[in-house]
Ligand binder design. Structure first.
Ligand SMILES: [Zn+2]
Length: 297
């Protein structure tokens, strides 16, 4: 069940800036932005859906915004503008301001702000035993780790057009372990929290693209083993890890449901599974929260 906050902006002049050069009267103050913000829950590690409409007589021509230090990018369908924001799993609990700027008919400049209260969340701790090379890597491997981390960070920052249609599905039907955000201890040593979810399945089980996108990485990496990153556009990426093999190649466009690789046990693992992570404007969010948002769109 999606938690929904609904607010009409523009009923209060303080929340709405009308054309800077106009004498904003009562009639114009009624033309405002309707901003509808939904999420599975407003907690750390959740994707947030932002829908914007205008009460003005014509369609909005441009919409953009900002929240959690991330740009909000929108696409339009049936005069409704839709964008996504990510509450990173390490975002501090508290109240954040979201701003939306839009251009209405006749160069009408509109602006609205919203408060989003992010609740704290307690993540479980998981303790795993893996091959010692993944906990105490050699000097050579340490250099490789840094190189790969920089490369992936660069990929997640590259701007791109949206290619997906707003629909998101699971990459495979097997059982999912929802251990998103778990504090992880490998061989007694604390490491970065688990920023994805795991599907336990047999080696060789096909893994499909959750939505349309472009393959921007398909290779073996130190920690994530056989890795595929799919760019869905506008700051949204899927990452598959521990694959035993690939079907898709870098640069290839893939449709939703297209098999891109196969479940494996490569990299830092305790057994065969598919690790699926999502980056949304740089934020690490639970893939299941993305599926939920898409379903309730
Ligand atoms: Zn995982």
């Amino acid at each position: 069940m999606a938690h929904q906050l609904f607010l009409v902006l523009g009923t209060s002049a303080s929340l709405l800036l009308l054309p800077a050069d106009s004498q904003a009267g009562v009639a114009q103050a009624e033309k405002g932005l309707l901003i509808n913000v939904t999420a599975r829950t407003f907690r750390q590690g959740e994707a947030v859906s932002v829908r914007v409409r205008c009460t003005c007589p014509g369609p909005l021509e441009q919409v953009r915004g900002e929240v959690f230090g991330q740009p909000l990018q929108f696409t339009v369908r049936d005069q409704e503008w839709w964008g996504l924001a990510g509450i990173d799993l390490s975002t501090k609990a508290g109240t954040y301001s979201m701003s939306v700027e839009a251009q209405g008919p006749g160069q009408l400049a509109l602006r609205g702000t919203r408060s989003i209260r992010v609740a704290a969340r307690t993540f479980p701790v998981r303790r795993l035993r893996v091959a010692s090379q993944f906990v105490e890597p050699s000097e050579e491997d340490q250099l490789r780790i840094v190189r790969e981390a920089e490369r992936i960070a660069g990929i997640f920052q590259a701007p791109s057009m949206r290619t997906w249609d707003g629909n998101f599905v699971r990459p495979l039907m097997g059982p999912v372990t929802s251990n998103f955000g778990a504090r992880t201890v490998f061989n007694g040593q604390s490491r970065a929290p688990h920023a994805g979810i795991d599907f336990t399945d047999e080696v060789g089980t096909p893994a499909a693209s959750p939505s349309a996108g472009r393959i921007v990485l398909a290779e073996d990496l130190f920690f994530t083993g056989g890795t595929i990153i799919i760019d869905h556009g506008q700051g949204l990426y899927s990452l598959f890890a521990h694959l035993s093999g690939f079907v898709a190649h870098e640069g290839e466009e893939v449709a939703q449901g297209a098999v891109v690789g196969f479940v494996g046990a490569t990299g830092r693992v305790t057994g065969p599974h598919l690790h699926w992570a999502i980056r949304l404007n740089g934020a690490r969010v639970d893939p299941l929260s993305m599926i939920e948002i898409a379903r309730n769109r």
